[in-house]
Every structure is written in structure tokens, then in C-alpha cells.
Design a protein around this ligand. Structure first.
Ligand code: 13P
Length: 255
């Protein structure tokens, strides 16, 4: 059985002080929910303070990105080893990284290998943009991104990671995908590709989230879908009451 996982991607929001205040506000309520894993992904600079504020809590901590090299002359970058001890998760290949910072499928694959080598669980983001969606290319784009991101991984490594299907047109727009459509892409295309590349057991083991304009009002419908194991939440994860409510609803539906 796959344990549902709801992760908050705070993106470029919250100072260190605001980040600590937000997790302090949520900690007790999230710790009371055992059947759904919850994770917060603050900006890099707030990660140690958030991890300290969550010491002894069941709430996980993730980074929003990292570079693949161990160390070196890479001004402005963060190495996997720097996240070790503070984070359990790292979001890789988010569409905003691909769109604004030139990330490629090949680069995402290098980061996935580096994360796993450092004991970090990748949350790999895939998803088609509006143009690709309108052109009927959703399945091909998502399949290509999944195959590229997983290149060279063992079945056991694939089974251990998390994939987030985030249609780019649904991110921050208030226009979420239809839960049944997201479930089709996740079940047929994402798990389908993994079953082909590896085997059915691996395809059934990997946890796959939906992301894109999720909120307390629609999370229940996504959680009712058999192939959707949770959500990668943007805007709604910035308010304690919203994020806690989403984890609660997920636990009610699937816990
Ligand atoms: P929103 O929930 O704000 O649409 O963001 C989704 C997202 O990009 C999470 O990574």
C-alpha cells in the first residue's frame, strides 16, 4: 500500500522568521495525522530553521531544488550533501525550474541520481504546458520526461521516489486538471512507462502526486482517484489552516 503524501512547495515565499512561524502553527495538527505523510519545502535559507522547529515531528522537510555536483565552483548553487541531515526530500525538475532556469530532462536525471546517492528522496516533477496540451501532446511529453528522469535507475530506486504530475497550465491559475484526467495520465502514462521500463510491481510501488491549483475544496476529489497518492501544493500551502485542512481531508479519504 502506498502511503499518501502531501507536500507544500512554498516556492519563493516566506522569510526565515515567517517560515518558522508557519511550521510552528501547523506542527501539532499535522503530527496528529498518522496516515498521510506531510512535507514542507521552504526556500533554502529557511531549511535549517524549519528543520529545527520540526525536530521530533513527523512532518518532513524538502528542498525545492539542488545541483548535482558534490562541491565546486558553481556560484549560487547548493550541493546534495549540504541538504543531508536537514531534508528528506528534494523537488527536482519543477516546471518553473525548466521554464525560467533552463533545466533539461538530462539535468533532471543527473540531479535524481545525485539525490538518491545522498539519501534524499526526489520528488520529480513532470507535466505538459498549455500549448502541448492543446496540441494533444500530453501523453508524449509526460512519457518523455518520465523516461528521461529515470534513466539509469534501478527498480528499487524508482520504487522509493515520488513523482508529481503537474500540468503547467494548472499551476497557479486556479484551473485544476479534472481529477479523472490527472488519474488517467498518472495511471496510464506514468505508471505505464514505469511498468514497461521496469515491471508492474515497481509501477505500483512508486508514489505519484498531482499538482496544480489544489486546495481544501478540491483535494478530496483528487484523493478519491486510485492512482493519485497525494498532492504537491503551491499557493494553498502558504496558509497553515489550508495546508492542515488538505492533509486532514486526504487522511479522511484515504487514511
Ligand atoms: P499551485 O498549487 O499554486 O497551483 O502550485 C502548484 C505547484 O507548482 C506545486 O509545485
Amino acid at each position: 500500500m502506498r502511503k499518501p503524501i502531501i507536500a507544500g512547495n512554498w516556492k519563493m515565499h516566506k522569510t526565515v522568521e515567517e517560515a518558522v512561524a508557519l511550521v510552528r502553527e501547523m506542527r501539532a495538527a499535522l503530527d496528529a495525522i498518522e496516515t498521510v505523510e506531510s512535507v514542507v519545502c521552504p526556500p533554502f535559507i529557511a531549511i535549517p530553521a524549519v528543520a529545527e522547529a520540526l525536530r521530533g515531528s513527523r512532518v518532513g522537510v524538502g528542498a525545492q531544488n539542488m545541483f548535482w555536483a558534490k562541491e565546486g565552483a558553481y556560484t549560487g548553487e547548493i550541493a546534495p550533501g549540504m541538504l543531508q541531515g536537514w531534508c528528506q526530500y528534494v523537488i527536482l525538475g519543477h516546471s518553473e525550474r525548466r521554464q525560467y532556469f533552463g533545466e533539461t530532462d538530462e539535468g533532471v536525471n543527473k540531479k535524481v541520481h545525485a539525490a538518491l546517492a545522498h539519501g534524499l528522496t526526489p520528488i520529480i516533477c513532470v507535466g505538459e504546458n498549455l500549448e502541448e496540451n492543446r496540441a494533444g501532446q500530453t501523453d508524449a511529453v509526460v512519457r518523455r520526461q518520465v523516461v528521461a528522469a529515470l534513466a539509469g535507475l534501478t527498480a528499487a530506486q524508482v520504487a522509493s521516489l515520488v513523482i508529481a504530475y503537474e500540468p503547467v497550465w494548472a499551476i497557479g491559475t486556479g484551473l485544476n486538471a479534472e481529477p479523472a484526467d490527472a488519474n488517467r495520465v498518472i495511471g496510464l502514462i506514468i505508471r505505464g512507462a514505469i511498468a514497461e521500463l521496469y515491471d508492474e510491481a515497481t509501477a505500483q510501488a512508486v508514489r505519484v502526486q498531482y499538482g496544480g491549483s489544489t486546495n481544501p475544496a478540491n483535494i478530496g476529489a483528487f484523493m478519491q482517484m486510485p492512482d493519485i497518492d497525494g498532492a504537491l501544493v503551491g499557493g494553498a500551502s502558504l496558509k497553515a489552516a489550508n495546508f492542515v485542512e488538505m492533509v486532514r481531508i486526504a487522511a479522511q479519504v484515504r487514511g
